[in-house]
Design a protein around this ligand. Structure first.
Ligand code: ZN
Length: 287
């Protein structure tokens, strides 16, 4: 697991085992807030040790940017904390959480340590704010990667923990490309110092404008390419030809996972063009 200080009392963590997934810690003098919980119990516990031993404070709140396993299944390792999320996050975890966890346990015994902990405190409309020491955290709904997505703005530092609303490759198979486009545009107008992406590296102020343009251009390009391919005599062949580079992104992103995520985006968009109901994403399709 990698760790970096983003600004005073704000820290960033990145998984070395799964899809470069990230998490954050914002600390005050008495207690800390964790944003997302990484991919495996080992990494979650390493992050907790850093907070308890190096920062020497307990974790009082855990915020889940969305319900996907790599962001919320570490909730159980903060037994004294209040978990905060969007109301839709709790709804989905209640509906699908236990069966997802059960099948994950069959594939990987490491998840035997995991217990599902649903958000205790949720908001459905507007924003929620939480004061940690001198910093004000503002939670806002940023859907599109998933319906329940939220981002957390560290107001004083203009640092945004964007969850998977911002990734090196926009990923929409559990969401909606139009909704994600609106969210990315909104993030682009926030006047940020840093974007902490749900996966990948931190985006610095000077890189934000290009990153926003590039993600919007990808969503436009991939949708257009799928519409064109769908009209061809052999649409499946035409779909297979839509490579990630032709949509302005690189297959090396996310440790090489990007090409596979792109292929799933293409398949998802094609089903939408055909007006077929999208298949319910399996656990593997959560990123
Ligand atoms: Zn994710």
């Amino acid at each position: 697991m990698q760790r970096e200080r983003v600004s005073e009392n704000v820290y960033w963590f990145q998984s070395e085992v799964y899809a470069q997934v990230t998490a954050g810690v914002i600390t005050g003098p008495q207690w800390a807030v964790v944003v997302d919980t990484l991919a495996t119990p080992d990494e979650t516990l390493a992050m907790r040790s850093f907070v308890e031993e190096e920062l020497a404070v307990p974790v009082r709140y855990v915020i889940n940017t969305h319900y996907h396993a790599d962001h919320s299944w570490g909730n159980c390792f903060f037994p004294g904390a209040t978990v905060i999320a969007h109301a839709i996050c709790r709804d989905i975890m209640l509906e699908k959480g236990s069966s997802s966890l059960e099948s994950a346990r069959k594939q990987n015994p490491v998840f035997k340590q995991v217990k599902l902990v649903l958000p205790h405190l949720v908001f459905r409309d507007g924003e929620l704010s939480l004061k940690v020491g001198k910093k004000n955290l503002i939670m806002l709904h940023t859907p599109g990667h998933s319906r329940d997505g939220i981002s957390i703005l560290v107001e004083e530092d203009r640092v945004l923990f964007a969850g998977d609303a911002f990734m090196p490759l926009p990923y929409i198979v559990d969401g909606d490309a139009d909704v994600l486009t609106t969210t990315i545009k909104k993030i682009g107008k926030m006047g940020l110092e840093n974007i902490v992406q749900g996966h990948g590296d931190i985006i610095l102020r000077g890189e934000i404008e290009d990153a926003v343009k590039e993600n919007l251009a990808y969503l436009t390009a991939v949708r257009k390419a799928v519409r064109v391919a769908a009209r061809r005599r052999n649409p499946m062949d035409a779909l297979a030809m839509i490579d990630i580079e032709s949509c302005g992104k690189s297959r090396v992103f996310l440790g090489g996972l990007a090409a596979e995520l792109h292929r799933r985006n293409v398949r998802f968009l094609y089903k939408q063009v055909l007006n077929e109901p999208a298949e319910v994403p399996s656990d593997k399709e959560e990123v």
